[in-house]
Design a protein around this ligand. Structure first.
Ligand code: GLN
Ligand code: ZN
Length: 754
């Protein structure tokens, strides 16, 4: 039974890669120092795997920016706009694709969330004139370095079907005939890798999703015959983030040497796989969860492992992480500040490697003491009083269907709200945050470090709120916000105030490129200790006669952007968060805040790829939003904000959320997506973003007016709001101010035409 992981985080325990990249981008170091950091990190990570007792080390998991980009460069599928970079150094070209080229005004490849994770990949773009000039893939050199250092390397690369399925085809290009262009580069690479490694991990998570159209599935078997011919007996077809269901026959018939399953996400697939596994195919069981920070329950993982061993014999079984460990932090050894019942349960990437070796011993019958020690730790943690708070459980169990329904239908609510709001047509508002200036950051830092008293801190935040409200009045916005100066982040602010949450010291994970996030940890039952936002909103409302929007992060987003305990279903955790937020909604309303926005930025990305899982998810996710919002009286206007533009698949869920107003990202899609809302017959009010806040560019009035006129083709004037794509916290006032002036002017101009 061979053990392996699917990937180790690239970023480094001390975020060495982040520092190296940013120094290089600032021009302080040259490319050789970047390579030196890569080689040092790789060697360190291989040593960790070997020391833990794994039978292979993974190569090709390390990337300077993103592994999809590495595959794109291997294929030479560079969009035409990068042609001016052709003569640049490889590093300059690589980072131009990742980050854009400022001097030449070339925008980067678009970033998209990697399946249902919080990691972003760079989207391949396919155009009619894509050059397909293949280049090197970093995996080959990595495998050579690993071998030279005495490690046993397993190569890892993203597979051709996943690459193509995630590519964005422009100008009506059909991606699937392009498989012919893609396969030769893959076969050439595989032929080079085959003599160098015992196993090659070709990752096709797309097999666990609905992203493969039938015409693509029809190409799979023949394509894999070519790939296997290039690397006979070496390919491990690797799936993760869901069970193999619809595409199980493709996987079983692929002719690959091994098949990897994510058994943390799809335990039920083991039996059908065992029933159909061809003689010559080995099976890799992903039983150590690459997506969480918790110790594996050995007793639970043992059963499927022993089942596979008894069915196939230990030689045909591999044991691995469920997916790459990219999604969990590097080393839990430093987390000495956490409460013991949390600390004792932690397993980050380093610890997960060791767990695989432990589990192998357990499965092969020599790990009785390991099993007992593991059971003792988990039992102790589960018995801790914070794990189960009876009042929270009781309340969650008592949720009734009427708590998930507003007390009046949308039309009656509309009338009750219009009666006091008296807004003009096309009301103008913002999404919540205003620029986080140096002074705001400094205030927050001083408060965190204890250099500022509570009184002084609150006075400073109130001053920021005052400034923000005055600016909004000067702009002539119709519905105001307090500006979110007290938050640096949508989730941390709430996590710090809720019971059941804690924060790691060094639990960083890569979000994209050099950007890392440190998600809060949900370790116990979640409850609200006191109102969290009411004071700020009430203060802001006291400064203006315009309506003030209260601002909450929704339960699904808080869930998706945290590390969630694994001893309670996510649905239950989400419900607890929703109940805590429901009290906040009620308190805001009672304090006179009668517009409340509940942001669900992560609702779409948290949706699993497999359709059965997705349906179940949307059911409880929307229920959680309703539990948070439906406590509001009919006259209170509930807003929600979602910053993405792919709504087609989830419009029924959006409609079921029944928010009085939703704001969405749409400026970059030129209002096209509103067509889907119109076709779906979406009845509530919609605020399509009319300007892209991701860019410092300031759109002019005519451009915004044009977008509004286009929006009016899809959404009737009585139901259209005017707002930016998202919050303005990353912008400077010098950009936000003129852009909002133009937005308000455009709203007035188009209003006058109605
Ligand atoms: N209210 C939040 C803000 O304006 C929303 C951010 C988001 O959706 N990502 O910053
Ligand atoms: Zn947003």
């Amino acid at each position: 039974m061979q053990t392996h992981i699917l990937g180790f985080p690239s970023i480094g325990k001390g975020r060495e890669l982040k520092r190296a990249l940013e120094a290089f981008w600032r021009g302080e170091t040259d490319v050789s120092s970047l390579h030196a950091v890569r080689e040092a990190l790789e060697a360190r990570h291989w040593a960790i795997q070997q020391t833990a007792g794994l039978d292979m080390v993974v190569c090709g998991d390390f990337s300077f920016y993103d592994r999809m980009l590495d595959a794109t460069l291997m294929l030479g599928a560079l969009p035409a706009r990068f042609a001016p970079c052709a003569e640049d150094t490889p590093a300059a070209r690589y980072f131009a694709l990742a980050r854009g080229h400022v001097g030449r005004n070339i925008p980067p490849l678009e970033m998209t969330k990697w399946f249902d994770t919080n990691y972003h990949y760079l989207t391949p773009e396919l155009e009619a004139d894509t050059p397909w000039t293949p280049g090197a893939h970093p995996v080959l050199e990595a495998v050579r370095r690993a071998s030279a250092q005495g490690f046993r390397p397993k190569a890892a690369l993203i597979g051709p079907f996943t690459w193509l399925a995630l590519a964005k085809a422009r100008q009506g290009t059909d991606p699937w005939p392009l498989l012919e262009r893609v396969l030769p580069a893959y076969t050439a690479l595989l032929a080079q890798l085959a003599p160098l490694c015992p196993l090659i991990q070709v990752e096709e998570p797309v097999l666990c999703t609905e992203l493969l159209p039938d015409r693509a599935a029809a190409l799979f078997t023949e394509a894999y015959a070519h790939l296997n011919a290039a690397a006979p007996g070496k390919i491990m077809l690797t799936t993760y983030f869901g069970p193999l269901t619809r595409h199980l026959p493709l996987a079983l018939g692929s002719g690959c040497a091994a098949l990897h399953l994510d058994l943390t996400r799809g335990p039920g697939q083991l039996e059908p796989v065992l029933a159909g596994l061809p003689e010559g195919m080995a099976l890799s069981l992903g039983l150590v969860d690459g997506r969480n920070i918790w110790k594996t329950d050995y007793a639970r993982a043992r059963a499927p492992l022993e089942r596979a061993v008894s069915a196939l014999g230990p030689e045909r079984v591999l044991l691995g992480s469920s997916c790459s460990l990219l999604h969990c932090p590097v080393d839990a050894a430093d987390e000495t500040d956490l409460p013991p019942q949390v600390r004792d349960r932690l397993a980050f990437a380093v610890q997960k490697c060791a767990e695989l070796a432990d589990l192998k011993a357990v499965a092969l019958g020599s790990g009785a003491d390991l099993l007992a020690a593991n059971a003792a730790v988990l039992q102790k943690a589960r018995a801790h009083p914070e794990a189960v708070v009876p009042a929270v459980r009781k309340r969650a169990a008592a949720v009734t269907p009427d708590m998930l329904r507003r007390t009046a239908p949308a039309a009656a609510r509309r009338a009750a709200q219009d009666a006091w709001l008296k807004l003009p047509l096309l009301p103008a508002t913002t999404i919540g945050s205003f620029p986080q200036t140096a002074s705001i950051r400094q205030t927050r830092r001083a408060w965190k470090n204890g250099d500022l008293s509570r009184e002084a801190y609150e006075a400073a935040i109130r001053a920021e709120i005052t400034y923000c409200v005055q600016r909004q009045e000067a702009l002539g916005l119709d519905v105001l916000v307090h500006g979110e100066a007290e938050r640096n982040d949508m989730v941390e602010y709430f996590g710090q105030q809720l019971g059941g949450f804690c924060f790691t010291r060094n639990g960083w994970v890569q979000s994209y490129g050099s950007r890392c996030v440190k998600p809060p940890v949900i370790y116990g039952d979640v409850y609200r200790k006191a109102p969290m936002t009411v004071g700020w909103s009430v203060y802001a409302q006291s400064l203006t006669s315009k309506p003030m929007k209260g601002m909450l992060t929704g339960p699904v987003t808080i869930l998706c952007w945290s590390f969630v305990r694994d001893d309670l279903p996510r649905e239950q955790v989400c419900r607890q968060i929703a109940l805590a937020l429901r009290d906040e909604t009620a308190d805001l309303e009672a304090a006179g805040i009668r517009i409340i926005q509940i942001d669900e930025a992560a609702l779409r990305e948290g949706m699993p790829g497999s359709s059965a899982e997705a349906a179940a998810y949307l059911q409880w996710a929307v229920d959680a939003f309703l539990l948070t919002s439906a406590v509001a009286a009919p006259g209170t206007q509930i807003h929600s904000h979602m910053c993405y533009s792919e709504f087609n698949a989830i419009l029924p869920a959006i409609a079921r959320m029944d928010a009085d107003v939703i704001s969405i990202e749409s400026s970059r899609s030129g209002m096209e997506l509103l067509d889907a809302f119109a076709r779906y017959d979406y009845r509530n009010q919609v605020g399509p973003g009319v300007y892209d806040i991701h860019s410092p560019r300031v759109p002019d009035t005519e451009e915004i007016a044009g977008l509004l006129r286009r929006a009016l083709r899809h959404i009737p004037k009585e139901r259209l709001w005017v707002n930016p794509d998202c919050g303005l916290k990353t912008r400077h006032w010098e950009e936000a101010w003129p852009a909002l002036q133009h937005m308000v002017a455009a709203a007035r101009q188009v209003r006058a035409e109605l």
